[in-house]
Design a protein around this ligand. Structure first.
Ligand code: ZN
Length: 186
């Protein structure tokens, strides 16, 4: 359904909100999760629209991070919100990790691997460079949950899912379990 209204109509913000879409999330072991994302060359309204839809999809799941790869768009864009009250959305375009320090282990989950939580070893502290939604270069430091989340989402852009840090045996078990789940939910 497409709604066309003049831009100055009352309630246009409400309509815009309705047009925002929840995007289907690919499920491991879908081979499209292993595609490498291409750099975004121009931060335009289509990129901003994708970011808005991804945030909506992430909040609805609910999740704390989502990479474009997971919604089958192979562009370097990730969204994150690790705040308690879901009030601090972060959108990173062409993100890269500049430095990594220390080591930490934490339990991770993924919207593409529903119901599976496993411990993964990551850098404790990272510094990150990216573009924001205005196309401006930004750089920031992250530790704790934000650090883990940034590393997890950037991995998605490289075609890597967190379960690939686990043993082959565990990966096989997870694939079997997800295949069973998919049969039940279909
Ligand atoms: Zn994930």
């Amino acid at each position: 359904m497409l709604l066309i209204l003049p831009a100055n109509s009352p309630g246009i913000n409400h309509i815009n909100r309705l047009i925002m879409a929840l995007l289907p999330v690919l499920r491991y072991p879908d081979p499209r999760l292993h595609k490498k994302a291409a750099a975004v060359t121009l931060v335009d309204n289509s990129v901003r629209g994708l970011a808005a839809d991804m945030l909506e999809t992430m909040y609805a799941a609910p999740g704390i991070g989502l990479a474009a790869t997971q919604v089958d768009v192979h562009k370097q864009l990730i969204v994150i919100d690790v705040s308690e009250d879901k009030s601090s959305p972060i959108v990173l375009i062409n993100p890269e990790i500049v430095t990594r320090q220390g080591e930490m282990e934490g339990e991770e989950g993924c919207l593409s691997v529903p119901g599976i939580y496993e411990t993964v070893k990551r850098a404790a502290h990272v510094s990150v460079r990216a573009l924001n939604l205005d196309g401006k270069a930004i750089e920031f430091e992250a530790d704790g949950l934000l650090s883990v989340c940034v590393q997890h989402e950037i991995d998605h852009l490289l075609g890597k899912v967190f379960v690939e840090y686990l043993s082959q045996l565990k990966q096989t078990r997870i694939k079997t379990r997800l295949a069973k789940q998919a049969r039940i939910t279909v």
